[in-house]
Ligand binder design. Structure first.
Ligand SMILES: *Cc1c(COP(=O)(O)O)cnc(C)c1O
Length: 446
């Protein structure tokens, strides 16, 4: 049962927000002047808490996971409070409503990424599971010893390890495109590693450490020209900019709900329908079957073939509410506002002596992501993060699941501040000031 998404969904969940964003934009000529933090902060009660010593909490770890607006929490509460039942199996009204909400959320994901149908959206637990699904099903069916999978050195562990496991099982060979001096994908190196042996290219849309935006639409014809398929890890682009699979020209795209204001335990794989049709099932169990005998079974229609067992029903509905929320604001507005925050973040960090940021500057790449992974000469990232935490500021330290990338730079880890549309310019200023004094303190006492 699927129901076409309607504009009224978006308006119904966030009537004031959609209107306020539009009004604010009309009042100014520049989308980046629309203060989205002011518009959205009332929806994020978590961000209003006092951390310690009377200091407000400052959350700068959006790249690890986003905070959830009350509309998402209310969608979860409503589902469990009114509609909870198992999906696709009951004749009763609760099951019908649960199924409707669950499948309606799938339509929202399809619209969100520009899929041609909801049959192309497979629910998974997260992006990692979606990549594993492709590796296990498409990979094991199609790859022979000597076939190549082309990745990049900037990949998240989620886009490295599943291919390493696949290489061990099939004898396929992994190759990795390198970086330019500015910390962007080296297109020359990428081209030189792409050949008729390449069967699949899998890379990140936006790097969670470098913050660079990879030119997927430019790469897609090269990849297809070599006879390979293209998988895009969109974990860090989906929360911050418009993502459209047709415009990107990719074959697979994965995302995680918790990165874009939705619940954890929920993600998705988008794949062209013809590819999904040709892929064997992933996990076996209930929901994914049509007819089961003691020795053999037949499979359910797409996308249920790939969804064994009772799914995360409430979480899927919560993810749909997150998509409604983002679309009510508008992805273009989010991107414009965050670009402005990025320029501020960079200006403040670049003014700190001995601090180096990985990846391209906003001048080198204006579309780069609103995050900065950095190291400070002579200091350990963990010490910086721990001291900032005691001032109520949450940043990440470590390798951010990109260990090979850190090794490429000869670093064991970095500190990373990553922003969201709820971030205020005042928070960036306070972070920079606390960071500056933390560095001074560590230099003196370290
Ligand atoms: C977070 C992230 C992942 C993994 O997401 P999970 O939700 O942990 O599966 C993969 N790639 C990138 C770029 C990420 O930021």
């Amino acid at each position: 049962m699927t129901i076409a998404p309607t504009a009224t969904d978006v308006a119904a969940i966030t009537p004031d927000l959609a209107e306020a964003a539009a009004t604010a934009e009309m009042a100014s000529s520049d989308a980046s002047e629309v203060d989205l933090a002011a518009l959205t902060r009332p929806d994020f009660p978590l961000l209003s808490q006092i951390a310690c010593l009377g200091q407000p909490l400052i959350y700068l770890d959006y790249a690890a996971t986003s905070q959830k607006p009350r509309q998402v929490l209310e969608a979860l509460q409503h589902y469990y409070g009114h509609d909870n039942a198992n999906v696709h199996r009951g004749a009763h009204q609760l099951s019908a409503r649960a199924t409707e909400g669950f499948e309606h959320a799938r339509d929202k994901v399809a619209t969100f990424v520009g899929a041609s149908s909801a049959r192309e959206i497979v629910y998974t637990r997260n992006a990692s599971e979606a990549i594993n699904l492709v590796a296990r099903t498409w990979g094991e069916t199609n790859l022979r010893p000597g076939d190549e999978v082309l990745l990049t050195v900037m990949e998240h562990h989620s886009n490295l390890v599943p291919w390493q496991l696949l290489a061990a099982r099939t004898g396929c060979v992994l190759r990795h495109a390198g970086l330019t001096d500015s910390g962007e994908l080296d297109l020359e190196d990428f081209r030189s590693k792409l050949s008729e042996r390449t069967r699949l290219v899998s890379l990140v849309h936006v790097s969670n450490t470098l913050g660079c935006l990879n030119p997927i639409a430019e790469l897609a014809p090269l990849v297809h020209g070599a006879g390979a398929l293209l998988l895009v890890d969109a974990c860090q682009s989906l929360p911050h900019q418009r993502v459209n699979v047709a415009e990107l020209g990719c074959d697979f795209l994965v995302g995680s709900s918790h990165k874009f204001c939705g619940p954890t335990g929920m993600g998705f794989l988008w794949a062209r329908e013809a590819l999904l049709e040709a892929m064997p099932p992933f996990l076996g169990g209930g929901e994914m079957i049509q007819d089961v005998g003691l020795d053999t079974s037949t499979w359910a229609d797409l996308p249920h073939t790939f969804e064994a067992g009772t799914p995360a029903i409430g979480e899927a509905i919560g993810m749909g509410a997150a998509i409604d929320y983002l679309q009510a604001i508008g992805m273009e507005r989010i991107h414009a506002w965050e670009q402005r925050l990025t320029r501020q973040l960079f200006a403040r960090l670049q003014a700190i002596e001995g601090l180096t940021i990985l990846g391209p500057t906003p001048e080198q790449q204006p579309d780069r992501a609103a995050l900065a992974a950095f190291h400070v000469e002579g200091l350990h990232a963990n010490d910086l993060a721990a001291l900032l935490d005691s001032a109520g500021i949450c940043i990440r330290s470590g390798h951010h699941c990109t260990q090979p990338l850190h090794r490429h730079y000869g670093l064991s880890g970095t500190a990373r501040a990553s922003l969201g549309f709820t971030t205020t310019p005042a928070e960036i200023d306070r972070f920079a000031e606390e960071l500056q004094s933390t560095i001074g303190f560590l230099r003196e006492h370290g």
